[in-house]
Design a protein around this ligand. Sequence first.
Ligand code: NAP
Length: 248
Amino acid sequence: MKLLEGKNAIITGASRGIGKGIAEVFAKHGANVAFTYSSSAEAANQLEKELQELGVKAKGYKSDAADFKQAEELVMNVLEDFGSIDVLVNNAGITKDNLLMRMSEEDFDKVIEVNLKSVFNMTKAVQRTMLKQRQGSIINMSSVVGVKGNAGQSNYAASKAGMIGFSKSMALELGSRNIRTNVIAPGFIETEMTGKLDEKVVKGWREAIPLKRGGTPEDIANTCVFLASDLSAYITGQVIGVDGGMHT
Ligand code: NAP
């Protein structure tokens, strides 16, 4: 059953990893997909073609989610190309890990800008369209780290916790217009972002997860399908952990 037939979705940061997984699963469910990337033009072109072959409309846009003006321009372009926006997935994110003692001001600011300010930028940019339509689903990609903190990731944890406060506020502000805002808190999902980690450490993590494996982009994408679709019509302001039981 196709759960997103005819819906138009914007997914930020979909040239690889979780975002790419969401784009693929959304397209399989019949959604038209506008997606962004920051520098991976080749990968974006390839994904665009792959999605179009699934029979949906798809287009990749180079757009820095951290830049307010670029987010506004992106949404204007997507509206021109797609006509409406039903779903926004704020997925673009980066890490710049270090203990506080060694963390530079630049690395703190950059992570907050890409991970948190981007959510403000994009939500503000789609707000008017969703208000007019009197419907919309916004899905924000936080992290288990935003819920419980992590040594060596204070900038990342702050950005991901900030997204939760922002999303809960949006659920309250926009609920009366049938715009829902929810958060996904992935645990350990095996992508390029985590591919940089030491295999021995990763093995230990897998063993510590109750479901005994790292998550896949599809695990996250399936939750996004639920939150984007009408199956979750009465759910807003929630943080859903998709973490194999890592944080209960
Ligand atoms: P990833 O493999 O590193 O991919 C990141 C994506 O974001 C890429 O498509 C990248 O585009 C894009 N991006 C980066 N900076 C951007 C910017 N300023 N503007 C627009 N796009 C930008 O990361 P991932 O593992 O899939 O993670 C995706 C999201 O899930 C992130 O928000 C991350 O914090 C969150 N998350 C991941 C995990 C995990 O275990 N992997 C766990 C919890 C939460 P380019 O290819 O052009 O650089």
